[in-house]
Design a protein around this ligand. Structure first.
Ligand code: SIN
Ligand code: MN
Length: 249
């Protein structure tokens, strides 16, 4: 897949692109069939929700699950991101976020690059997020929310939140979010399983809890330009990878 000039301009303006139905039902089934096996494993890569046994995030499945290993080098995501950065990529982070029916907790407002800079010393915001929906995402099951254009503001002040959820995150305070939303509004791309979002690592985003009876399982790849690899190895290797070898599709 090659991004058109219009898509590149839209990405530059809004900070994200949405591709409904990017993967077929058959492809998605290969991935969803694997999810219960991954979550059943007792391993540090499974981070559980606060106060319940429900898995919140599974890290690095591409290292120990064949369908996810294949997904992690699929040209349908790798090629357009290589196009944007003009160089080869490595996998900085790979996760499956569950947001289980009734139990799925919030992700507070944040920028991913804030964490990658503060924790991992990634030199520049030359890493891209890809989200792939393994379930339908609708207005009830905690869709990802974006503030369009917020990526243009660079790295915003953030505080390290260690208490709200089970996963530590550099989050942006409510006053700042109010100002940003006043300027850019909020969007929440929704669509069937198999849809894909590509979003800038400085785009401010969040998602609310899932009180619906529908799971919202999504896979996230964070693809970093090889020359922009992280310089600090503070976090576990399964959260911030140290293998900077270029991905071959
Ligand atoms: C994230 O920001 O890393 C995850 C957000 C979500 O899954 O809703
Ligand atoms: Mn994020």
């Amino acid at each position: 897949m090659v991004l058109t000039q219009a898509q590149l301009e839209q990405f530059d303006r809004d900070g994200y692109l949405f591709f409904p139905n990017h993967f077929s039902a058959e492809e998605i089934k290969k991935l969803t069939d694997e999810v219960p096996h991954l979550y059943a494993q007792q391993r540090p890569e499974n981070v559980r929700e606060k106060g319940t046994n429900a898995v919140r995030t599974n890290f690095a499945a591409h290292m120990y699950s064949e369908p996810y290993a294949r997904l992690a080098r699929h040209p349908r995501m790798i090629k357009p991101v290589e196009q944007v950065f003009g160089e080869s990529l490595y996998m900085h982070q790979f996760k499956i976020n569950v947001k289980q029916a009734f139990d799925g907790d919030v992700w507070q407002w944040h920028q991913d690059y804030g964490t990658w800079l503060n924790d991992d010393e990634m030199p520049e915001p030359r890493a891209m997020n890809i989200a792939i929906f393994l379930d339908e995402v609708n207005e009830f099951n905690g869709p990802l929310m974006f503030i369009p254009g917020s990526h243009k503001l660079g790295v915003l002040d953030a505080g390290h939140d260690l208490t709200t959820t089970s996963y530590p995150l550099w989050t942006i305070d409510n006053d700042s979010i109010t100002k940003l939303v006043g300027r850019g509004g909020i969007v929440a791309p929704k669509g069937p399983a198999g849809s894909m979002i590509m979003f800038h690592s400085c785009l401010v985003h969040a998602s609310s809890s899932n009180l619906s009876p529908w799971n919202r399982v999504s896979v996230y790849l964070s693809l970093c330009a090889v020359s922009n690899h992280i310089r600090r190895f503070k976090r576990a290797g399964y959260i911030a990878h140290r293998d900077f070898a270029p991905i071959t599709c």
